[in-house]
Design a protein around this ligand. Structure first.
Ligand SMILES: C[S@@+](CC[C@H](N)C(=O)[O-])C[C@H]1O[C@@H](n2cnc3c(N)ncnc32)[C@H](O)[C@@H]1O
Length: 203
């Protein structure tokens, strides 16, 4: 009798973030600096994709103010951060009108479900991707950056966060991903704005 074929290994499940990030601008100023950049650029009535909402939802709440009216689609991989979004949505329909949050792994984003954005943030590029994402065929950071660039309108902006711990580390750095992406992506480097690095897609 031949030996039985081994059953396939069970899937390891989603690489979600079993943590919660409150607003700590002294440590992680990207979200705060992003809102300041939006105001300096007079970005109003725009469509924004935001990677990493935090449990504080600062970007969504600020963008929903009547003087900004920016529509934000945020993504979180943290169930506890989704919980605070649900609480926010129930308490503040005025915010919900402008701000929605997806729970999921950004490396599984499906292009067919995405609209065209005026602005995309990729502050946490390379911070949370690893073998667990590989196990279910998640995109690479470069694939993700290219995919979201495809969903930015001509003349729109893509922002990175060089203050990230993953920006200039020895391996798998966001800086290297951005350098590879920049070539042939049809973007121009605008420069630094506080803690953020800004690119503009060719018009
Ligand atoms: C350190 S927190 C920063 C939050 C916020 N941007 C800030 O600076 O305060 C990282 C964020 O990235 C999100 N995140 C981590 N891995 C993710 C993934 N694979 N897909 C989507 N979001 C992810 C977390 O849920 C969390 O909201």
């Amino acid at each position: 009798m031949s030996s039985p074929v081994p059953a396939p290994a069970p899937p390891s499940g989603l690489h979600y973030w079993d943590a919660y990030w409150d607003h700590r601008p002294a440590e992680c100023p990207c979200d705060q600096d992003f809102v300041l950049w939006l105001d300096e650029m007079a970005v109003r009535d725009a469509a924004i994709f935001h990677f990493g909402t935090g449990g504080h939802h600062h970007v969504g709440i600020e963008c929903a103010r009547p003087d900004r009216r920016n529509a934000v689609l945020g993504i979180t991989a943290a169930p506890k951060e989704l919980d605070t979004f649900v609480e926010l949505a129930i308490a503040r329909p005025d915010v919900l009108r402008h701000y929605n949050v997806l729970f999921g792994d950004i490396y599984l984003l499906n292009s067919r479900l995405l609209p065209v954005f005026d602005v995309v943030t990729l502050f946490h590029l390379c911070e949370f991707r690893g073998e667990k994402n590989d196990a279910y065929g998640g995109m690479t950071d470069l694939d993700l950056t290219r995919l979201l660039t495809d969903h930015v309108r001509p003349g729109g902006h893509i922002l990175f966060f060089p203050g990230s711990y993953a920006w200039a580390r020895a391996n798998d750095s966001a800086k290297d991903v951005v350098a590879a992406w920049e070539e042939g992506a049809g973007v121009e480097r605008v420069g630094l704005s506080r803690s953020l690095l800004v690119y503009r897609k060719a018009a």
